[in-house]
Design a protein around this ligand. Structure first.
Ligand code: ZN
Length: 333
């Protein structure tokens, strides 16, 4: 079947990383920024390996410089999400890129993003919520400033706090102050762990940061005791299968551990991470999972329900979305 219109919930999406190449190209032209080397001949983003990916990502997303740029990006991201049946999406927003962690500037960016999201929701029906994200390789001191931005703007729109960036730098526990600050402000927590780091990184995330969800977490599969622990605690993994393939964690989808984790009782969700960079969409993720593992409507229904249960939004929003999700599932199956 075609998965495009099947109702979906996405929990792991980097706002800048969701910028389509034609959007970035147009913005670069408007600002007379030279982006040679960023695009392949077919117009997509071009990178050779993880180090080069980070360079290309930084160059491309570096053209996003003002609240208005982020407002336009938000509208584009939600239009694309709607095309793939997404009804609810949480995206990672970084005060590092939105105003250099200055609280006043961050509020301006956030205001522009929220306004654009409300307008786009009216047009597309996609609900967006934000997770403020610190950047691991910028270090714990900057993460504190980011956490303060998160705490000061926590509410029914900024619903979570997380950490992205280079997982091989430092330890999760180095960022405990930032995560404690966010938790005290009522935010739910997630962190990238068990993508480039092994099972120990997932353990650190659970023990030292006490997160509610894990970004990726797939390398937990290397430790059966940890898989049991995740299944027992019901911790939800934000799995991004095609991102893991694009960054060469696994040679192909059949080698990806998402099905083994699911079969072991771990609550998994399906997400796109930085979709245009990894030449993916939510529809392509679903198609690839069906091809590799024979996942069907029943499995994808469970995935969508799990994702909504694990969403960081308030309960009123969750109830409203649950009605939409169930109606959409009924229509699709
Ligand atoms: Zn990510």
């Amino acid at each position: 079947m075609s998965w495009q219109s099947f109702p979906k919930i996405e929990l792991h999406l980097h706002h800048e990383g969701a910028a389509p190449p034609d959007f970035i190209r147009r913005l670069a032209q408007e600002k007379s920024v030279n982006l040679s080397g960023v695009f392949a001949e077919d117009g997509s983003y071009a990178f050779r390996d993880f180090a080069h990916f980070l360079q290309v990502y930084e160059a491309a997303t570096g053209v996003l410089k003002t609240p208005d740029d982020y407002a336009r990006l938000t509208a584009t991201v939600l239009e694309r999400a709607a095309e793939h049946g997404v009804i609810y999406c949480e995206s990672f927003l970084s005060p590092d890129f939105c105003g250099g962690r200055d609280l006043g500037a961050w509020r301006e960016y956030l205001h522009a993003i929220q306004e654009a999201a409300a307008h786009a929701e009216a047009q597309t029906g996609v609900t967006l919520r934000g997770i403020v994200t610190c950047i691991r390789h910028f270090g714990p001191d900057k993460a504190r400033e980011t956490a303060i931005c998160a705490a000061e703007t926590a509410g029914d729109w900024i619903v979570g706090f997380g950490m992205g960036g280079d997982e091989t730098r430092g330890r999760q526990g180095d960022f405990a102050w930032a995560f404690d600050c966010a938790r005290e402000a009522g935010l739910k927590l997630t962190t990238h762990a068990g993508e480039f780091g092994g099972p120990d990184a997932v353990r650190q995330a659970l023990d030292d940061l006490r997160v509610d969800r894990i970004g990726h977490g797939v390398r937990a599969i290397e430790d059966p005791a940890l898989v049991d622990r995740l299944a027992g605690s019901g911790t939800v993994l934000e799995v991004c299968p095609r991102s893991n393939l694009a960054l060469r964690l696994y040679p192909d989808m059949r080698a990806h551990p998402v099905e083994r984790l699911r079969a072991a009782g771990v609550r998994v969700t399906v997400n796109t991470d930085d979709p245009p960079f990894f030449r993916t969409t939510m529809t392509r993720e679903y198609e690839a999972l069906e091809r590799a593992f024979g996942w069907d409507e029943e499995v994808f229904t469970q995935i969508a329900r799990t994702a909504l249960e694990a969403a960081f939004c308030d309960d009123a929003t969750r109830e409203r979305l649950a009605k939409r999700l169930e109606a959409g599932l009924k229509a699709a199956t």
